[in-house]
Design a protein around this ligand. Structure first.
Ligand code: GLC
Length: 484
């Protein structure tokens, strides 16, 4: 029996702010699909205020204990819920997690230190000893660190292999040096392990100690070895390439399904023409002129620099000024980009909507309505939106980087057959994006060609089918005595 514990700050459908939540919400189930009864798969996450009452009502209490974090003693309850064969543990402490948002507090370091320590303490209380502890992003980094630095001398903990997955190397968990002892409860002898430019860096420590490091696409795994993408951690990663690999994420094909009722009129690739009803419904609900013939572009993204918002602002302005097209942007982020898109909506009220919010239900309606989906990221560890766009038959226009390069190949015709599933450009310049947008408009004018390409996008398999097996092989290698 293989025992796996995922440790992460987000997990769909309980609490999520982005792609991490999608992955933790679907990867464990994909592995369960492979192992069946031969695996006991569990997930640990904080019990945030955001966790819906419909879930809270069915939680069972597993344990209650005190967690020591340096001089602090904090109470902790652990609740659980079983869903589709996976056991979810919710780490409960009202002071840390009963707050409006999931992140963004001055004491985030302390909050996730508590979470990580509580997860390791919990193992003893629930008597679950995983073969593999698979921790994600900086919020899970301390679970790896504590496994080695505080709990490693105990036999049950010593048997646990660890995997640390980087979903985005830009967010590293950097804190001031005094926090090492005072908050993270680690001894000054570990200053070198975590020390980074007069700070401590939780991601660095987890990378060094974890048995394996993975990231979310093969191209990103290569990119983060370079200074341009490594955000200061490339040197450390180069020293650990032997245990680094990139595994492309999949998406949840049940949650993202154009054939379900989350869209205005459900469809499949055989009934792709029904997308136009979705377009009309969305235009109508957003107060845009209703027309099935005007090409509809969309962007669903955090509005931050590395998502290519500078390129987008410039190219969008040109698109709206020069072409008969519509553009919908959904997302929140940095003030300057929110302002830019709001201003564009003001200047082009008949063509553009800037929806500055995070709304998963609305996002599905937008994917279903769109003819093209724009994702001009400067860097992109994996990216799920381009895959979701394909699933909904919205042709992705992407920059060739990270997981975008691994998932979307540029359309081309070979022996009369269309290959690829999107439009791909290289330069991180607004003109390069605009050129692809212009190409998209040409394609759109040729209805038959456009339809063929949209169907081709829908035919891609971005489910976990391919990648779950790669994780299973990695788990296998880690657990086998020779360690492959
Ligand atoms: C982060 C990355 C994104 C990736 C997601 C899930 O949000 O920025 O590229 O798809 O994690 O791994």
């Amino acid at each position: 029996m293989k025992k796996i514990l995922y440790v992460a700050a987000e997990c769909m459908p309980f609490a999520a702010t982005g792609g991490l939540g999608d992955v933790i919400g679907s990867l464990p189930a994909a592995l369960k699909g492979i192992y069946g009864k031969a695996a006991d798969i569990r997930v640990a996450l904080p019990l945030y205020r955001a966790v819906d009452t419909s879930f809270r009502e069915v939680l069972s209490k597993e344990a209650a204990f005190t967690v020591r974090l340096s001089w602090r003693n904090q109470s902790c309850s652990v609740w659980s819920l079983r869903r589709e064969g996976i056991l979810y543990y919710f780490i409960d402490n009202g002071y840390y997690f009963d707050r409006q948002d999931i992140y963004g507090y001055p004491d985030d370091g302390e909050r996730f230190a508590f979470f990580s320590m509580a997860v390791l303490d919990m193992l003893e209380h629930v008597d679950f000893w995983p073969d593999i502890l698979h921790a994600h992003d900086w919020q899970g980094a301390l679970a790896v660190l504590y496994r080695f630095l505080l709990y490693g001398r105990r036999a049950e903990y010593d048997g646990i292999k660890t995997i640390f997955t980087i979903h985005n190397i830009e967010y590293q968990g950097r804190f001031s040096l005094p926090m090492l002892e005072d908050v993270f409860a680690l001894s000054p002898i570990h200053t070198d392990l975590l020390g980074w430019k007069e700070e401590i860096n939780l991601m660095q420590g987890a990378m060094i100690l974890a048995d394996q490091i993975t990231t979310v696409s093969p191209t990103y795994a290569a990119e983060i070895l370079t200074p341009a993408f490594g955000h200061g951690l490339d040197q450390i990663l180069r020293e650990h390439t032997a245990k680094l690999s990139g595994i492309l994420n999949g998406i949840d094909y049940v949650y993202y399904d154009p054939a379900d009722s989350a869209v205005s009129l459900s469809y499949t690739k055989e009934t792709i023409y029904r997308k136009r009803e979705n377009k009309l419904a969305l235009q109508n609900s957003l107060g845009l002129p209703t027309s099935e013939n005007v090409p509809l572009f969309s962007v669903i993204s955090r509005l931050v620099g590395h998502k290519g918002c500078d390129l987008l602002c410039a190219a969008a302005r040109r698109l709206l000024a020069e072409q008969d097209a519509q553009l919908i942007i959904l997302g929140t982020g940095e003030a300057q980009y929110e302002a830019c898109f709001r201003e564009l909506e003001k200047s082009f009220p008949e063509k553009m909507r800037a929806l500055i919010l995070y709304d998963r239900d609305l996002s599905k309606k937008i994917y279903a309505a769109s003819d093209f989906f724009i994702m001009p990221s400067i860097s992109e560890p994996c990216g799920l939106s381009q895959m979701i766009a394909c699933r909904y038959g919205a042709i992705p226009i992407v920059r060739e980087t990270g997981g975008l390069a691994d998932s979307i190949k540029n359309f081309q015709t070979e022996n009369g057959r269309i290959q690829g599933c999107g439009l791909v450009f290289q330069n991180d310049h607004a003109d390069a994006l605009y050129e692809k947008i212009a190409e998209a408009l040409d394609i759109y004018r040729n209805t038959t060609l456009y339809r063929q390409m949209a169907i081709q996008s829908m035919e891609q398999d971005f489910s976990w089918n391919a990648s779950a097996g790669i994780y299973a092989a990695l788990y296998q290698r880690l657990c086998s005595p020779q360690k492959g």
